[in-house]
Each structure stands twice: as C-alpha cells, then as structure tokens.
Design a protein around this ligand. Structure first.
Ligand code: 5GP
Ligand code: MN
Length: 335
C-alpha cells in the first residue's frame, strides 16, 4: 500500500487520471468526485470523471457536470479512459460491485488505484487508501487529503463549491451526528474559498417540479405505513406510480426521511419497484444499525443510520420479508 508521501510524488508529474464513484451518484459522490476533479485539473493533470450511471438533475448545475462521462451512455469511451489511465480514484465507495460493469474494468486496468471513502468494510482493491468511517462525507475526506498534501492553495471556487455540496448533502445539511466541529471548520474554510452556501442550498433543495411534489403528497398519504409497536415506518412505491408521475432519477431522493421524521420513529424504510429490482433505502436514528438489516437480508449495506439494499422478489414479497424480520429487531427498536 502506498503512503501519502508516495502519492504526493506520483502527483508531482502530469498523469492521466480517471475519477469514478458509486452507482446512481448522490450529492457526496458527485461533490467529492468533481471537487477532486477541479483540484487535480488545477495541478495540471489530464482528468476525467466517469460515473457508472446517470445522477439526479439537481446536481447538474455543478461545475464540471458537462464534462462527466456516463458509462451507460458512453461505454466505449469510459472503458478506453479506464484502460489508459495512470491512476483511478474511487470516491465514496469501497467495493467494486458498487460501480456495476465498470468494476471489472477498473479491476483489470493497469492503473494504480486510490480509494477515498467513509463506508465500512472496504474490499481492498486499492494501492492507496484514504479511508475514515467517522468522516461525514467523502468530500470531507477529499478536503482533508488536500490539506495533508499541503496543497490548499489549489482550493479554488469550483473545488470549494463541489466539496461544500458533498458535505452538505451527506451530513443532512449539517444535522447528522457525524457533523463535528471539525466539519463546521472545514465548511467555514470552503465558504472563505468561495463556496456560496446559501445559493448551493437553493440549487440542491429548491428544485422540486410540480409533479414531484404531487407524487410526494400521494406517497405520504397512501403508501406509508406506520408500525408503532416497532417504532418503524415504511413506504412502498410500485412502478405504475413512478410512471404516472413521470418520476426521474433524483425525484425519490429524501422521501425516506419524511418517514423518519415522524415523532418516535427509529427506523424508516423506502421500497421502490425499479423494474429489474426492488431497491430498499433504510434510515435509522441513534444506535439502531440499519446497515445490519440491509446486509443480512437485502444484499446491501451502508452506514449505521443510512443503508441500502435490493431484492429480486416482488414488491409485496419484499415488504413481507421485511415485516418478517422486524421482530428480530424489536428489542433494539423499542429500547
Ligand atoms: P440510499 O438509500 O440513499 O440509496 O443509500 C444510503 C446509503 O446506503 C448509501 O450512502 C450507501 O452507503 C448505502 N447503500 C445503498 N445501497 C447499497 C447497496 O446496494 N450496497 C451497499 N453495500 N451499500 C448501499
Ligand atoms: Mn458519501
């Protein structure tokens, strides 16, 4: 495994660099990737961000978005870039299965691999690891890496804007327990470096379409079930409803948090029929390990308070399976 000094030496000369991040990138995935992108560009490297899939429209304003290559839209170019890279930076994930078909291309590339992440249980594919599960966001890790490289002079407005976005979105707008005073100090530095905090909030959060809000109303009114005996609420959304409201990538983001915001609720689950798979989002409060249910029963994982998984069974069977395993966790949920 390479150390920081060796990485610094590697980056002293111009390199071909690919940055990639997880399937269906969220604000932190794109914030950390594009933040690192602008930083490495300013050092004079040839850099490309390649995403395994598309990402929500409310992230499309981010500086660097037009240059991002989506593997599902440009597989040949993505594969060529990965094959020809000197370095591949993997951000906000630590197992290659999280980037779909891109994973094996990255594994087979002769490029050196760096992993910058804050998730549990890394697979160990990388040559350089910058990893801390207490970090609130991969974007926080990128900031810390830049500081450790003693290259903070290269934190320009674009770097600051992207890193601010990553930290803001992954910390639930600075409310999750991972938002330490150190995070607030980093945020202050990013504002000083030019991140327009108020404007970024607007660009991310005030982007609802009329459709999305009506969909949200329908979902909360008709698709949410509260189970007081388990301090749990779940929401299930069938494909027809997604079609009826013309739901696109990003529209379902954050819906699970409404269920978690009910007084007394410790576990919230959102199950969406995505056609080929049923995708599950878990959110919890306090010590309850949402990632354990996701890992044990739904082929997923994540953080203690935010995890995800999938099921090949029907929507109804998936919900039933969840309801069957809940009693195993009743003790923890009603502590
Ligand atoms: P979301 O519910 O927003 O899709 O995912 C929440 C968190 O759960 C993500 O930040 C990620 O850490 C984790 N996660 C989501 N889906 C998966 C999955 O399929 N496998 C693993 N290991 N983690 C996931
Ligand atoms: Mn993250």
């Amino acid at each position: 495994m390479m150390n920081l000094i060796e990485l610094r030496e590697e980056l002293a000369e111009s390199k071909k660099i690919v940055i990639t991040t997880h399937h269906k990138p969220d604000g932190d995935a794109m914030g950390s990737s594009l933040g690192l992108y602008h930083f490495l560009c300013s050092l004079g490297h040839e850099v490309h961000v390649v995403t395994p899939t598309d990402y929500p429209y409310f992230l499309h304003w981010m500086p660097g978005h037009p240059e991002v290559i989506d593997f599902t839209k440009d597989a040949v170019k993505s594969a060529d870039l990965v094959a020809e890279a000197d370095w591949i930076f993997c951000l906000d994930f630590n197992t290659l299965s999280r980037i779909n078909e891109l994973g094996e291309l990255v594994r087979n590339s002769s490029a050196k691999k760096a992993m910058i992440d804050h998730h549990l249980e890394p697979e160990g594919f990388e040559d350089f690891r910058y990893w801390d599960t207490t970090a609130c966001a991969a974007a926080e890790m990128v900031y810390r890496l830049i500081v450790e490289l003693e290259l903070t002079d290269h934190i320009n407005v674009d770097v600051a804007t992207c890193l601010y976005t990553g930290i803001m979105t992954d910390s639930g707008s600075f409310r999750f327990p991972s938002t330490t005073s150190k995070v607030h100090r980093i945020i202050a530095d990013l504002i000083d470096a030019g991140a327009n905090n108020s404007h970024i909030h607007e660009l991310i959060y005030d982007t609802n379409s009329e459709n999305r809000l009506k969909f949200l109303g329908r979902v909360l009114g008709e698709r949410m079930t509260v189970l007081p005996e388990f301090n749990t609420a779940y929401i299930s959304i069938e494909q027809d409803l997604l079609k009826q409201y013309h739901i696109v990538t990003g529209d379902t983001e954050g819906i699970v948090n409404y269920a978690l915001s009910i007084h007394g609720i410790k576990l919230a689950v959102l199950v969406i029929d995505r056609g080929e798979l049923r995708k599950l989002s878990f959110r919890s409060k306090g010590e309850f390990p949402a990632n354990e249910i996701a890992k044990k029963y739904f082929e997923g994982g994540g953080h203690r308070n935010a995890a995800g998984g999938a099921s090949k069974e029907s929507l109804e069977s998936t919900i039933n399976k969840f309801l069957e395993v809940l009693p195993e966790y009743q003790y923890l949920l009603t502590l």
